[in-house]
Each structure stands twice: as C-alpha cells, then as structure tokens.
Ligand binder design. Structure first.
Ligand code: MG
Ligand code: MG
Length: 256
C-alpha cells in the first residue's frame, strides 16, 4: 500500500528534507583533493546531532547485508555505485567522483537525498555521466504529478540515460518514503513490466534516485556486504531527491 501524506505531514517531511539538503550542501563544498570520505562523515554526524535529528542510515540493516550499516553517510567513489562506507583511508584524488547519500529522521519523518560531486578536474566523459544522471533526475521529477503513472518516472530516467549512451543499474531502486525510509512503491530506473504501475496521487512522496553506469549495467556487492560496484570497473553516478506529488506539481522536499 502506498501511504499518502496530508499537508501537515508534508511540512514535517519538508523539515527533514531541508536538513538533508543543508548537510549535502555543506559536504559538497568540503569535497576536494586530500579530504577523506570519513571527514565528510564526521561533519554530517555533527550536523545531525546539532539539529536533533536521527541518522537514517546508521544502524540500518537488510537481510542481504546481515549487519548494521555503521555510518550516517554512504560515500561511493568512482566505480562504487551506492552504499560505500566512509573511511579514513579513502583519500579523494583529482579526477575522482564521490556520491554522497544521506538521510535523516526528524519529528518522525524521513528525508533522503544524494549528490555526486567531482573532485577537482574530471574527464569530459565523466562530466557527461554526472550531467546526464542529474538531468535524468530532473526530468523524472517533472513527471511526479497527479494523474501520471509510476512508469512515467521510470521510463523517463531510462530513456534519457540510454539515449546518451549510458546504462541504468537494475539491482537498486528508488522508493516511497515517509515514517519509514523505505515505503512502497519501489521505483526502478527503468520500466519493469513485471512490477505494478500505480497512478500517482496527491500526497505520495517518492525518493527518486537514478544510478547510472558509464559502461555495462551489471553490479556486484563487495565482501563487506554493502558496497555495490560496477562489474566492469567503470564509473557510476547517483543523484536523489525526495519529492512530494501535489496538486501544484512536484515539490522537491530536499532542496530550498
Ligand atoms: Mg539515499
Ligand atoms: Mg533512497
């Protein structure tokens, strides 16, 4: 069942969303050569504590992983797609890209967003990967309107990505969000004819998150049970926003 939220609930989600935005905006500005992904983690955890928010990722577990995720951020560098772990050993270098994904729970409601940031100068192809992934998210957000269907979002991401010569990851998907971080529906970044195609209605809140590979779509999970990487070792990008479907159109909760 897809849980719809009333305006009072959306206002609470807006507060969570804006905190997530503020954290990611701060971290984006921190990213540079010589910074470690753990430096980003420390800053994010401090900001959450100061805001009285609970980190959504720290302590999160899935049956597949079997362990609790130990950090407030997922930091996924280069060929890492999602769910990478911050580390003092992971020093960012010129030409890297780092996906920073985070979520908080504030007043009972979740916000979830991700951004992929270049470290110094990056190659033209990698820049195109970032641009196309970000564009695919923006185009998909525009489909989050009452009367459209879920596949309008999924298909929009897929078309924009594949028409630019990149591929979408199939093993990980976006999701509904609210009082739980992961609610129905699942939101693949491609049209999955085997899954449901519900009509979008006012009050639905969707975490739309294209994960886009420069090379082949295949992924595998590293022995740490969390970090997903591309099978072919080529780079992958990830952008995400939490978006409410409203009568006035899409309301991106995770940016001002
Ligand atoms: Mg996320
Ligand atoms: Mg998410």
């Amino acid at each position: 069942m897809i849980v719809r939220k009333n305006m009072a609930e959306l206002e609470k989600m807006r507060a969570s969303g804006l905190l997530v935005w503020k954290i990611l905006d701060t971290l984006k500005k921190m990213v540079s050569e010589g910074v470690t992904t753990y430096d980003l983690e420390v800053t994010a955890e401090k900001m959450m504590a100061e805001a009285g928010a609970r980190p959504a990722f720290k302590g999160y577990s899935t049956p597949a992983a079997g362990t609790k995720f130990p950090f407030v951020l997922c930091t996924s560098v280069n060929e890492e797609i999602v769910h990478g772990m911050p580390s003092q050993k992971r020093v960012l270098r010129k030409g890297d890209i780092v996906s920073i994904d985070t979520g908080v729970q504030l007043n009972g409601y979740y916000g979830d967003s991700a951004v992929t940031v270049p470290v110094g100068e990056i190659s033209e192809e990698t820049q195109k990967l970032l641009d196309v992934t970000r564009e695919s998210l923006e185009l998909a957000i525009d489909k989050a309107r009452p009367g459209n269907r879920l596949f309008d979002i999924c298909g929009t991401v897929e078309r924009h990505v594949t028409s630019n010569g990149f591929t979408v990851v199939r093993e990980f998907v976006g999701h509904g969000i609210g009082t739980k971080m992961h609610e129905e529906p699942q939101i693949p970044n491609y049209v999955d004819r085997r899954s449901e195609n519900p009509r979008l209605k006012e009050g639905m809140v969707l975490a739309i998150e294209p994960m886009v590979n420069a090379g082949k779509p295949g992924s595998r999970v590293k022995p740490d049970k969390w970090t997903a990487v591309t099978e072919d070792g080529r780079y992958s990008a990830h952008f995400e926003h939490t978006v409410a479907v409203t009568a006035n159109g899409p309301w991106v909760l995770t940016r001002p």
